[in-house]
Design a protein around this ligand. Structure first.
Ligand code: NAD
Length: 353
């Protein structure tokens, strides 16, 4: 196994690994460990080149630093990628080798599943390192993150309702959900209990139909769901749904969903502000999964502690909204500022110690 460190300004350590025996070609990026060990998922993707893989892992690991800082998880930001096709290139040997690569970071990086990897892959990674989370509950781990992501999104929506209507109640409010997958299903169940009305859309029509039958919602058209007349639009499928084309067509007061990278570009946050639409920054509202994992990293996993901390997303968003008003910033700019302030405070504490 050949591990080579790549110099990268603004990052603590980036390294690439080539292991001819297992076929592993991977990159780990530790962006920042000021607030704790860097935690972030392992992505497997058929990148066209090392440069593409490095570009992606740098971007994603920095995002994890900000996400964990705002969520106050006591973790830093990191990420890893394997160059390969998740449908055809997986093997036990490959993931065990990846585990050894993770282990070479001596605890500075902790991995988890992500796009293209599964719990089963993590079980193989565990053969090469102890620095892996998101294993099955019966292995003492924190299990499926989706219900936690849904709970955090639900709590974040409450903060949005309070901000816009002066009342956090869902009673009679219309929520349009794009994507009835892992998170969408759990979210819709919470919304039903809270008395919300729902429009549900999925490109797999049976998913929307089954969920609508369960929670009493209306089935929406996936081609037009972003234009639905609603109080909250909840993107829970894809990123980049706020862009130049979609922006003039929203009929919602709030955009708050679990999807990653909801804004195509940062400037689209400002455009939402100008349009009078409250945007819950994606990495703040969808942090339930990482918060749950952070409880596992602290020590013995405790579900009640996880719940309390995930529910705190409500307060994290309130803080973002306050700052956005105080400084006349878009909400995404305000959340970046909260993250940077937390990191700066962490650096000052480290200097004093
Ligand atoms: P998933 O793959 O289980 O569900 C996504 C659903 O969206 C699928 O049912 C799919 O058919 C549907 N879909 C795809 N394109 C669509 C479209 N154009 N219109 C309508 N529906 C469409 O994924 P998930 O785990 O539920 O995650 C949803 C989003 O939340 C993703 O963006 C993911 O990155 C993000 N996220 C998930 C978690 C988590 O804990 N699962 C944590 C943080 C962020």
């Amino acid at each position: 196994m050949k591990i080579e460190t790549i110099a990268q300004d603004g990052y603590e350590r980036v390294a690439k690994c080539e292991d001819p025996e297992s076929g592993l070609r991977a990159v780990i990026s530790v962006h920042d460990t000021t607030l704790g060990p860097a935690l972030g998922g392992l992505r497997m993707w058929p990148y066209a080149s090392w440069d593409d893989a490095i570009f992606d892992v740098l971007r994603l690991s920095k995002g994890m630093t900000y996400k964990s800082a705002v969520a106050d998880t006591g973790l830093g930001g990191g990420k890893s990628v394997i160059i390969g096709n998740p449908k055809t290139d997986k093997s036990e040997q490959l993931f065990t080798a990846m585990g050894r690569f993770v282990d070479s970071f001596n605890g500075k990086y902790i991995t988890a599943e992500d796009v293209g990897t599964s719990v089963e892959d993590m079980i193989h990674v565990r053969k090469g390192t102890e620095r892996v989370t998101g294993l099955p509950l019966d292995m003492g781990s924190s299990g499926d993150p989706s219900p936690w992501t849904a709970l955090g999104t639900f709590r974040g929506m409450k903060a949005c309702l309070e901000e816009v209507y002066g009342d956090p109640s869902f009673e009679g409010k219309m929520v349009a959900i794009q994507g009835c997958g892992h998170v969408g299903v759990y979210l819709a169940r919470l919304l039903k209990e809270a008395g919300a009305k729902m429009i549900l859309a999925d490109i797999a029509p049976e998913r929307a139909r089954d969920l609508a039958a369960e929670v009493g919602g209306i089935v929406g058209d996936p081609a037009t769901i972003l234009e639905a007349e609603c109080d909250i639009l909840a993107p829970c499928a894809l990123g980049a749904v706020v862009n130049d084309e979609t922006l003039p067509n929203f009929h919602t007061k709030i955009i708050a969903g679990a999807a990653n990278n909801i804004l195509l570009r940062e400037e689209h946050g400002q455009r939402l502000k100008e349009a009078g639409i409250l945007y819950a920054p994606d990495y703040v509202i969808n942090a339930g999964g990482i918060i749950n994992v952070s409880i596992e990293v602290e020590g013995a996993y405790d579900e009640e502690r996880a719940r309390a901390k995930v529910e705190n997303i409500y307060h994290a968003l309130k803080r973002v909204f306050e700052l956005s008003k105080e400084r006349n910033l878009s909400t995404n700019e305000a959340s970046n500022l909260v993250a940077e302030e937390r990191l700066q405070a962490g650096r000052e504490r480290a200097v004093e110690a």
